[in-house]
Ligand binder design. Structure first.
Ligand SMILES: [Fe+2]
Length: 394
């Protein structure tokens, strides 16, 4: 496998990507795939928060004569050209849906996407909030005259889509809310962050820029970024552990002295190596941690650990009610989340089995890889930032 690190044309480079909390819009690449022939398309972009770059997905749904955008991504020229092409073939974009009240990564692209489709209605999940200031949606750039609140002001295309709310759940700082929908014609269940299915291999979108994988594939900060299939795989699995647990059990953070000493190594004065700063050391057994998320090398439909431990630790009951409602959908065939693999085979009985598993196991545990997340939750409860007990015990 060739390096690929210096082969990009100048205008495709992302010199600042590691330094920004979110990638600059105009420079993102998008992987566009047809998920269900003639019915569903995936638009994936890499989105980075400091050291962790994870793919984020918009799903385009073909309805009768119109298109719906679920969880928009940044409307780059590449994205808009592909959407115009779909419009020519299947009808205009008429609905843009923000299916989460809290997921900033899904909220930020909505106003720009709405401006690109001035005739589309914008639907947002209830109880939107912003931090640190509670800004009204109009101030965030949402079009006032054509923005409607899901469930409170109706639902888009209810004859073709079955909508299922999870929440709103009081998180103290704001609310968690997710709006899933079943596209009946294709049997596809669209979710935002509520469910995921993690792939064993790096997603295809990293083929265009493997640097986030190669960065994490290293053992020390003074090692250069070197490309190989094994390095990409190692990097992917570590990225998954970061995104899932924030600080997995088998990850140590070396002292500042060691970090800066290693950063002095030659060849690391470059942005894509974070200027040599690599404050991580993985210890033996980290692969087993990944294996607990992807047990048989196949994507398993599950609740992401960060959601379980930080958002829903005392809301198991609400989650189960949502999953049970989804498990009533006899037409369900596929799961299409906004992160990780899609489409993933998923039937009603799979969700019923997931419910059984959640009921019978220790929910939101404190030990092992969960320790760091548990520590954050405990601190937030102690500070009174999040409520210790919901109105309904989960
Ligand atoms: Fe998300």
């Amino acid at each position: 496998m060739s390096s690929g690190l210096s082969a990009e044309p100048r205008d495709q480079r992302w010199p600042w990507w590691p330094l920004l909390p979110l990638y600059p819009y105009g420079r993102r690449r998008t992987l566009i795939r047809e998920l269900i022939p003639g019915q569903l398309w995936s638009f994936e972009q890499l989105q980075g928060v400091f050291y962790v770059a994870v793919p984020i997905r918009m799903t385009v749904v073909r309805l009768r004569h119109v298109l719906m955008l679920y969880a928009p991504v940044a409307p780059t020229a590449e994205v808009l050209a592909a959407l115009r092409d779909l419009e020519l073939r299947h009808g205009p974009v008429r609905s843009i849906v923000l299916p989460t009240s809290s997921g900033l990564e899904h909220k930020l692209p909505v106003p720009a996407m709405a401006r690109a489709f001035p005739k589309a209605e914008v639907w947002v999940s209830p109880q939107q909030w912003s931090f640190p200031l509670p800004l009204p949606l109009a101030w965030l750039g949402f079009p006032v005259g054509r923005t409607r609140v899901l469930f409170e002001q109706g639902l888009p295309h209810p004859e073709e889509l079955h909508w299922h709310p999870l929440g709103p759940l009081d998180l103290g700082l704001g609310s968690f809310m997710e709006a899933a929908c079943l596209h009946r014609a294709s049997g596809s269940l669209l979710v935002c962050d509520g469910l995921v299915a993690i792939g064993n291999e790096p997603p295809e979108i990293f083929d265009g820029d493997p640097r986030p994988l190669l960065f994490h594939a290293r053992e020390r900060g003074d090692q250069p970024l070197q490309d190989s299939a094994a390095a990409r795989l190692r990097g992917w699995r570590r990225l998954v552990l970061f995104a899932s647990y924030l600080r997995p059990e088998r990850l140590q953070v070396p002292g500042l002295g060691e970090v800066f000493a290693q950063a002095m190594a030659p060849g690391l004065r470059r942005a894509d190596a974070y200027f040599g700063l690599y404050p991580f050391r993985w210890s033996e057994g980290w692969e087993a941690e990944f294996r607990s998320l992807v047990p048989d090398g196949q994507p398993v439909v599950q609740v992401a650990p960060v959601l379980e431990r930080l958002v829903l630790p005392r809301r198991r009951k609400a989650l189960l009610a949502w999953l049970q409602a989804l498990a009533q959908e006899a037409e369900l065939r596929w799961l299409v989340p906004a992160h990780y693999d899609a489409p993933v085979p998923c039937r009603a009985e799979d969700l019923a089995a997931l419910c059984d598993g959640i009921r019978s196991r220790n929910w939101a545990p404190d030990g092992g890889s969960w320790q760091y997340l548990a520590g954050i939750d405990t601190a937030l409860v102690k500070l009174g930032v999040v409520p210790s007990e919901p109105a309904e015990a989960g």
